[in-house]
Design a protein around this ligand. Structure first.
Ligand code: UDP
Ligand code: MG
Length: 321
């Protein structure tokens, strides 16, 4: 088994791959670590795959995986985690923005006892329209999930292999591996890493990443807090709305009775009151949410693997010797 697998997702990065491998080798040449570099070509349309084949043919510790089309960075990383044989995985971008000399520092932090170590591009060499939204985004993730990292989206991260027995990623969830890992009890930390400007190729992400990222964040919050008890979220909101609607109708009924008893008051017509409609909508929505909660509980109950918040691999067993 290798000590270390360096996993590199590649999408149209033909000009940086050779230099990246050179820098990785240079940074690890003096260490006694056995390592492999796993490239995943995420459906590139340039010469990237050709470069990967050349690199893989020239050294036994280089591996190439190719997607038939572009499936996205999370899928590329997942394929890498599947094929990698190391006990520790380091992910890094292919565009030379991540500095391979940081790999050793990430490993040192893992050896302090952490399961996941994230890079923090404290001095980030990207355009302002990436840097500032990213600050807000990171602050939001930290507040909502309680996992205090400065740079959740950093491509340079290290993980112990065990994490991926518990955490599966899909869509664009690769940004949230530390959050999902922390929710399963893994220890997460960060170190400041060097970040370089992109000198070859083009960035694959624009502003739309933040919109998608926000939706993913909501999903992650839901999954980490309510995956095994969805009715607690949906049912609470449902009962709350139903109660508000009921109170509205009680209030209107009271007014209606009073106007009947005291004939000097002008009579109340329910359909002329806005509260009447709001109350009915609230009650209907409340019932809808409750039913949705029961459906979600049903799904949780029938998928056996997800009905228990822990997996056997989450546990450590000690037997008396
Ligand atoms: N990437 C990928 N598939 C995609 C988009 C990006 O494998 O669909 C890779 C890309 O080749 C690079 C890394 O993900 O190695 C990060 O992408 P990029 O540098 O464009 O992101 P940025 O640094 O601009 O946030
Ligand atoms: Mg980049």
């Amino acid at each position: 088994m290798m000590n270390l697998s360096i996993i590199v997702p590649v999408y149209n990065e033909q000009d940086s791959l050779e230099e990246l491998v050179r820098q990785i080798d240079a940074s690890l040449v003096e260490s006694s670590l056995s390592y492999e570099v796993v490239f995943i070509d995420d459906g590139s349309t340039d010469e990237s795959w050709k470069r990967i084949v050349e690199l893989a043919n020239s050294h036994p510790n280089r591996l190439g995986i190719r997607f038939r089309r572009n499936f996205g960075k999370a899928a590329a990383l997942s394929a890498g985690f599947e094929y990698a044989t190391g006990s520790v995985f380091v992910t890094m971008d292919a565009d030379l923005q991540d500095d391979p000399t940081e790999i050793k520092r990430l490993l040192a932090k893992i050896n302090e006892g952490f399961d996941c170590v994230s890079g923090w591009k404290q001095r980030r060499n990207d355009p302002w329209h990436k840097v500032y939204p990213s600050l807000v985004f990171n602050w939001m993730i930290t507040r909502l999930t309680g996992v205090a990292l400065h740079d959740h989206n950093c491509g340079l991260k290290a993980y112990r292999r065990e994490i991926f027995k518990e955490v599966q990623i899909y869509g664009e969830m690769h940004r949230f591996i530390p959050v999902l890992a922390a929710a399963r009890g893994f220890r997460v930390s960060e170190i400041v890493v060097n970040h370089r400007p992109r000198t070859t190729g083009q960035s694959k992400y624009g502003f739309e990443r933040f919109a998608k990222g926000f939706l993913d964040l909501l999903t992650v919050c839901f999954l980490t807090s309510f995956r095994y008890r969805p009715q607690h979220l949906l049912g609470t909101a449902g009962i709350g709305l139903f109660a508000i609607g009921t109170l509205g109708l009680i209030w209107l009924s009271f007014l209606w009775c009073v106007s009947r008893v005291f004939t000097f008051m002008s009579p109340i017509h329910l359909h002329e009151r806005a509260v009447f409609y709001f109350a009915i909508v609230a009650m209907l929505l409340g019932i809808q949410l409750l039913s949705l909660g029961f459906l979600a509980e049903l799904i949780t109950a029938v998928t056996r693997s997800s009905s228990s918040p822990f997996a056997i691999s989450d546990t450590t067993k000690i037997t008396p010797s």
